[in-house]
Design a protein around this ligand. Structure first.
Ligand code: AN7
Length: 372
């Protein structure tokens, strides 16, 4: 047995870090790729659907993959503080990795709309928390401006090391399945993660050497076996926050999926290159579809993801049922974050009737007998 020590150690030769840079890691990566069984039967669809449960990362979201890289690189350069704007998960990861590195973190969050678990993470890891009177896009504009002149490293996904870390999820999927899936579905906010996955698939399948518009041919291709297939990449936005579907930034994005309540995606152009190169598409899911799918997955498979994450599966199921994704396809849906970050959303829908009993054996047995 060798102890798993995180994705930088696992993929160092494929990550653009100076060899002497000491990895700042919490053991992120190597997340479960779970094949859906009950849900597929329940929904009457015919496909191999896998969910990549990124909620199993140390701070409960895929952001850890990017943050281990961004913080490792920043600390190597001598940074003493990092800065980000966030709908919640980036701030949680930034705060945790800054704590691990022994540096300061400053996080800008939008007024009100951040899930409790994520806020608690920023608090417990000692981040300086700035609540902006505005939304995520306002925060993003501000951190870009401030980081130009202040001695802090910006760790939003405009920091290229973030996507380099996040690309490793594609490596893990190809290793687990032996090849890329036919389709890869993700929720889209800033569109960094869908871009990162495409970089990862492109590198580890060994195709696109000359055509890759994202890296201009600079990345290291073909190191994981040179399998030719790359997936069609499908990105789903929340309907009230779907700039890709409107063809323009959305001024006042609104959705129950607060993680992707983003009106002006930072990786707009790269994401459309991904769509073109992969032959995939973008679409939107309503809040009702998102919440229904979150429940369905939790009830049918025992997997609890946050609302934003369920967007990928909600969209995939709809596209499977309509035939847009052909029956028999292999599909990976990324579940970007853990459901326990946002318990309010579940409890808001109403607590089921709690059964209160006296503290005696017979009372508990009666409950069981009535329901078995
Ligand atoms: C659970 O934390 O942007 O399309 O500030 O937390 O790469 O932006 C979160 C994004 C999907 C969207 N699912 O990913 C932030 C933030 C979850 C997320 C996304 C986010 P991108």
């Amino acid at each position: 047995m060798t102890r798993y020590t995180g994705l930088i150690d696992a993929y160092r030769s494929r990550l653009p870090l100076p060899p002497e840079a000491k990895a700042i890691s919490l053991g992120e990566g190597r997340t479960p790729l779970i094949k859906l069984e009950n849900l597929v039967r329940h929904e009457g669809v015919e496909a191999d659907i896998y969910v990549k449960f990124e909620g199993a990362n140390p701070t409960g979201s895929f952001k850890d993959r990017g943050m281990t890289m961004a913080v490792t690189e920043a600390v190597h350069r001598g940074a003493k503080a990092i800065l980000c704007a966030s709908t919640g998960n980036t701030s949680a990861a930034a705060a945790a990795y800054a704590a691990r590195a022994g540096i300061k973190s400053f996080v800008l969050i939008p007024e009100g709309k951040i899930a409790m678990g994520k806020l608690a993470q920023a608090v417990v890891h000692g981040a300086v928390i700035v609540q902006v009177r505005g939304n995520f896009d306002d925060g993003m504009r501000l951190v870009k401006e401030v980081s130009e002149t202040s001695p802090v490293v910006l760790v939003n996904s405009v920091n290229p090391y973030r996507l380099q870390g996040q690309k490793t999820a594609a490596f893990e999927i190809v290793e687990a399945l032996g090849e890329a899936p036919d389709y890869h579905c993700l929720p889209v906010g800033n569109a960094g993660n869908i871009t990162a996955h495409w970089i990862g698939y492109t590198e580890c399948t060994g195709v696109g050497t000359k055509s890759c518009l994202l890296c201009n041919g600079n990345c290291q291709f073909g190191q994981a076996g040179g399998k030719a297939k790359r997936p069609k990449m499908i990105g789903y936005q929340a309907a009230g926050s779907a700039p890709f579907m409107r063809g323009a930034a959305v001024k006042n994005p609104e959705t129950v999926a607060t993680a992707i309540r983003i009106g002006d995606p930072q990786s707009w152009d790269p994401a459309w290159i991904v769509q073109q190169e992969s032959g995939g598409w973008f679409d939107e899911c309503s809040d009702a579809e998102i919440l229904a799918c979150q429940r369905l997955l939790a009830e049918q498979e025992g997997v609890f993801c946050e609302p934003a994450s369920a967007t990928s599966l909600a969209g995939a199921l709809r596209d499977l049922k309509s035939g847009k994704i052909p029956a028999g396809s292999s599909i990976v849906c990324t579940l970007t974050g853990n459901g326990m970050k946002d318990p309010d959303i579940i409890l808001k829908a109403g607590l089921p009737q709690l059964i209160e009993v006296d503290a005696v054996r017979s009372a508990v047995e009666r409950v069981l007998v009535d329901r078995l």
